[in-house]
Structures are given as structure tokens and as C-alpha cells.
Ligand binder design. Sequence first.
Ligand code: HEC
Length: 467
Amino acid sequence: MHYPWWYVPVLTSPMLIAVIAVLHVLVAHYAVGGGLFFAVETSFAYRTGNREYLDYLRRHAPFFILLTVVFGAITGVGIWWTIGLASPLATEVLIRTFVFGWATEWVFFVIELTAAFIFYYYWGRLAPRTHQIVAWIYAAAAWISLVLITGITAFMLSPGRWLESPSFWTGFFNPQFLPQVISRTGGAILLTSLYVYLHSSLLLPVGEVRSLIVRRSTRPAFVGAILITIGGIGWLLFLPESARLALEAAAVLTVLTTLIFALTVAVFVLLYFGPYRNPGWMTPGFAASLLLFGIAAFSTGEFIREAVRKPYVVYGVVLGNQVLEEEVPELRRNGFLQSGRWTRAYVIEHYPQVVGEEREEKKIMPEKLLALPESDRRHLGQVIFMHHCNDCHAAESGYSAVGPILFSRPRPMLVDMIRHLHETHYFMPPWSGTPEEAELLADYLLTLAPERPRGIYPSLEKLENQP
Ligand code: HEC
């Protein structure tokens, strides 16, 4: 609320982050797993003197670099860009808490890029031993950047001990750190095998090298899947209580959790009957389906992980409406419009009639707000909506659009709901304004609510219409 709002029509800004983040994550995990793949496999190919396999690895490298370095870097910067606009307060908290974590991450990122380019462009010009060392440097740097980023993003889901004693280390080694490092490492390994299956089945003729690749990638794929499962269970066990309840409460998340389970089983079965038992089955079609199942499971997992954090952008610290949790009592006392830097300036400029003086300071008077004409009340209600609700709800139509989910409640129920926002739903932050501001917001929301359907309960309607 101390920043201007950013309205993304239909999609809402957090959903935009989610879309970019999922695209990024699918590639970023390949960037990490691919590092291990190249390090292990080039070492193997050099050791066994397998020229053909080395040739294949050399052809895989530009695909890998284009996808991870170019697409991965663009989407990675894209995440920064969107979180900065959509959740400026959370971004601020993350930077303040982890500034050296970010700096370290950038160092490893530069090492990673440099090693990737040396590995590819100096292929054939470096002694095999040096070439392998470069691959291992890449692999180590990429995995360390996974660990660094995971510490910071897992902190958002559960800051743990940091809430009592804030420091870089208590924040970094939060309860979600280990489970997520395990599952992300597993994800990196599994996804890489799936990318390798697809790439090799498209590029190589059926033959010895192709079946060698299929055979060699199967074990890591299983190990990856097992790590994901272990990490996933840890994730669930260390979930903050309200996040777990939110997970259980939302029908759509139950459906998605079932889906992710089904998809994981499908990947296991396909891996077992495909590459493990029948390497010959690895046609481009089979490899593409396997990758699609993997990507679907992965994206669903990321979506659930994002969704359960709903009310908080940083659990216990930054609420989804860009308010610090500790600010709420004060906002309720002084008013939402009065407390926000932008809302206050806006109201004082456009509605001088609601401004009074208190100890020689301009103050928005809550009771004067209610005396405004209907259209102004609605307009200010919209201003409140944009700052308080827009982060999670589109207005009339789109992602979680608020109009339809008002269910045409009568006004008093709506006002009551607004004033007890977090008690209505685990997913929502507490109401952060005065009772008068709740009335203004209700004025605006009622313009979005669809007409109450008539004629479903005729006997009750007759009763209501009686004078
Ligand atoms: C942190 C995200 C977030 C914020 C901020 C937020 N909501 Fe919600 N809200 C949700 C989620 C998630 C749901 C439940 C999912 C759904 O029904 O789409 C929900 C549900 C609702 C519902 C339906 C409740 C029901 O089940 O009857 C209403 C009405 C609503 N929100 C209004 C608001 C209003 C008004 C604001 C601003 C004052 C607001 N929300 C702020 C996330 C949020």
C-alpha cells in the first residue's frame, strides 16, 4: 500500500508472476541437472573413448545453452521485473534480508555462464581433463545457485526462527530449506533426463549411441523422482499450519494434489516400462509424452506451492495486499486511505472536503467519508480495492474475479465479510482499514456483483416482498 498499485487485467499480477516463474523453473532446473549431466557424461565418454557419444554431447550443448542461458536468463530477469511491480514490499523485504545472498548468487551465476561458454566454445581445443574440470565447475556453480535461490524462496513460505531472531542465517536455513533443496535437486535431475530423452530421440538414429543414452539416463531419472517424493513429503510436513489448512480447504487444490500424484505415478510407470525395460521404445513421441507428463507434474507442483502461500507473500511478515503484518492494527485505527503514501496524497488532492486538521496535520476523517455523494464513495471504494484486493482478485472478470464470488450477498453481509476478511478465508489477509472504509469498499463491490438470480426460491421471495 506504500507503493502504487499495478493492475494486470484478467490475469492479475501474481498470476503473471506464476506464469513466468513456472516457465522459468522448467528451464532453470534443466540448467542445474544439465550441468551434472554434462559433467558425468563427458567424463564417461572421454574415459571410454566413445567418440560418437562425445559428438552427441557436443550437439546437445548448444540446445542446452540456448535454452538455459538465453531463455532461462530472460525469464529469470522477467521474474525480478514482475515481482518488483507486483509485490514491491515483498521484494524490498527479500533484498533487505538477503542482500549478500543475492550478491553471492550473482557471483555463481557469472561463474556458471563463463564455464558454460568455455565448455562449449573451447570444445576440442581444451585437453580432455581441463574440459571435464570446466564441466564440473559449471555443475557445482549451477547447483550452488539452486541452493542459494531455494533458501530465499523457501523463506517466503516459512521464515521459521527468523521471526524471533532475524538474521541472514536464521532466514536462510528456514524449515522449508532442506525439503525444497532435496526436491528441487531431484527435479533438476529428473527433468534433465526427460529433456535428454527427447533431444536424443529427435537427433539420433536408432542405434548404439541412442540406447546407451537411454540406458544411462534412466537411473538418474529414478533417483530424481525419488528425491522429489522425499522432498515433497518434507515440504508437506514443514508447511505452516494455515497453509496446510488452506491446502485442505480449497477444492481446486485438492484436485491439483490428486493430479500431481497421478502424474507422478504416470511418470514412474512410463520410465519403468519405457527406458528401463524397453529402451527401444524411446521414439520421439514416447519421449515427448514423458517430458510433457514431467512438465505437467512439475508445473502443478509449483502452482500448489505458490497457492498455499496466498495470504502472505512472506509468511508472517508481508501480506498479499502489500502490507506488513505488524502494521494491521495501526491501519485499522488510522485508516487505510490515511496510512498509505499514495492513497493519502490522492484523497487530500481530490477530496479536500473529507480532510480535517489534527495537531496541525492533515488527516482524512473517516466519518466525513460517509458523507460523500454515492459516486465518490464508490470511487474511493475502488481506490481501496486496487490497493487492498487487486493483488489477488481481478475486478469483474478474470482470475479469481471478485464480482462473481460476491454471490450477490446483501449489503450488510458484505460489509461484515469485508471487516472479517481473514476469518472468511485462510487465503485472505485481515481487513486493514476502518469500518467506514469497509462501507466505501462495499459500495464499490456492489457495482461488480451480478444481479441476484430470481425465482429459485419463490416462496422466500414472496416473504421478502411483503411490506
Ligand atoms: C492474498 C490474496 C487475497 C487478497 C489480498 C484478497 N483476497 Fe479475497 N480471496 C482470496 C482467495 C484465494 C479466495 C478464495 C478463492 C476464491 O474463491 O477465488 C478469496 C475469496 C474471496 C471472496 C469469496 C469468499 C467466499 O467464499 O464467500 C470474496 C468476496 C473476496 N475474496 C473478496 C475480497 C476483497 C473485497 C478483498 C480486499 C479487501 C480481498 N478479497 C482480498 C485471496 C485474496
